[in-house]
Design a protein around this ligand. Structure first.
Ligand SMILES: Cc1ncc(COP(=O)(O)O)c(C=O)c1O
Length: 392
């Protein structure tokens, strides 16, 4: 893979390149791995084992080896993965699950669907992840689990989180949809892949995710054999053997074509993550030290795979910057514009502290810039446009 040149070599690049800039360039990325991907798909088409074909099992094994996790259960998508994880635990209706207030909707959604109650935690202003220093305040006699969502490419501070969970007998689910490949370093130097530290890890293979297929897909990860057996049954109508339903489950499968694509994509995961890391360094170098925004923070305990490169724009000027970028042909996204407790469907359901100041502030200030494996050619234009805005 060609690594990108640093933007410093082209300081005067202000002209919008001919190719439109995209938040994620799926086609460009496909072209890099076209031959392998087409061959993998062709092999599936020739065999016609579209459901539960051999690639589903070989991909699960390969992902398990990559993560160093004994059990990987592929499923239909990342939301199902979270639902399966919760269904596998001994939870009762009304039990409470702590989740970050600043996150994608999936965790709150499956908690609500299962008759459980989300409890919203504020997040750390540097990492955007769960503020693990304030979990005690959120506890009640019904608290049973925590879902740690590893947002934007870096991991929650898992060591204090696991210590807290162990002290209070809580289950920990890690939602690693956005950060697969990021590693956590414990204080004793031990390093582990995200998604393998809590009791259960989940991920999504949605096409824009770091490990992505060309449709829907997800997986549940655990090192607990009993949980693995249960999750596998739950994803397959609650049966272990055909027509013998021991649990009320659901139907959630990763299809063989997606598994074959993922087997190819997994081989490139670290390279693709590294290319985005390099793009992030270019952004950092060019954008650091401005009063107008804060560049993303890199936690000491986690590597960052930059699923998103997210600025915090000061003084209520985020929307103006976004409009300026759009005018110049540069896409950007607001992840996430509305905290969970302001979502109409969740206002009543969620228990929460009196205020969630960091979450509220991030929803007003965050702006994610384009970052993907093909971004290097656009970086000079993007950073020069951003810098021009600060001089207006
Ligand atoms: C953090 C997080 N969790 C879960 C999901 C849900 O994944 P899926 O779209 O595959 O259901 C997403 C998807 O955007 C996500 O970002």
């Amino acid at each position: 893979m060609r690594m990108m040149s640093t933007i410093h070599q082209q300081p005067d690049a202000v002209v919008h390149p001919d190719e439109p800039i995209q938040m994620v360039d799926l086609h460009g990325q496909y072209l890099r791995i076209q031959t392998e991907t087409d061959a993998a798909m062709q092999a599936v088409l020739e065999r016609c084992a579209f459901i539960n074909g051999p690639q589903v099992h070989s991909f699960a094994q390969a992902l398990g080896s990559f993560l160093d996790a004994p059990y990987v259960i592929p499923c239909g998508n990342g939301t199902d993965a979270l639902q399966l994880a919760l269904m596998a635990l001994p939870l009762k209706p009304g039990d409470e699950v702590i989740i970050p207030a600043f996150t994608y909707i999936a965790a709150a959604e499956v908690i609500g669907l299962l008759g459980l109650r989300p409890v919203l935690a504020d997040v750390n202003p540097d990492s955007f992840n769960l503020d693990v220093t304030r979990l005690e305040e959120l506890m009640s006699p019904r608290t049973r689990a925590i879902i740690a969502v590893h947002l934007f490419g870096q991991l929650c501070d898992m060591e204090p989180l696991m210590n807290f969970a162990n002290r209070h007998n809580l289950y920990v689910i890690e939602d690693n949809a956005q950060s697969i490949g990021a590693t956590y370093t414990f204080s004793n130097g031990l390093r582990k892949q995200g998604g393998t530290i809590g009791h259960i890890g989940t991920t999504s293979f949605f096409p824009t995710k770091p490990l992505a297929c060309y449709g829907d897909g997800g997986a549940v990860i655990t090192s607990d054999k009993e949980l693995a057996v249960r999750i596998r049954m739950l994803a397959n109508h609650g049966q272990q053997t055909k027509y013998n339903h021991q649990l009320i489950g659901c139907n959630s499968r990763l299809d063989t074509l997606q598994a074959a694509i993922l087997e190819v994509r997994l081989k490139h995961l670290e390279t693709f993550n590294a290319v985005r890391q390099e793009a992030a360094v270019c952004y950092d170098v060019a954008l650091t030290g401005k009063e107008t925004w804060r560049i993303p923070h890199q936690s000491s305990f986690s590597s960052h795979v930059y699923h998103q490169y997210t600025l915090q724009v000061a003084d209520g000027r985020r929307d103006a910057l976004q409009a300026f970028l759009q005018e110049k042909g540069i896409p950007s996204m607001i992840y996430y514009p509305l905290p969970l407790h302001h979502q109409p469907a969740y206002r009543e359901l969620c228990r929460r502290p009196l205020s969630l100041p960091v979450t509220e502030s991030l929803c007003r200030s965050v702006l994610s810039l384009p970052i993907h494996t093909e971004i290097h050619k656009h970086l000079p234009y993007i950073v020069n446009t951003l810098l021009a805005w600060t001089k207006q």
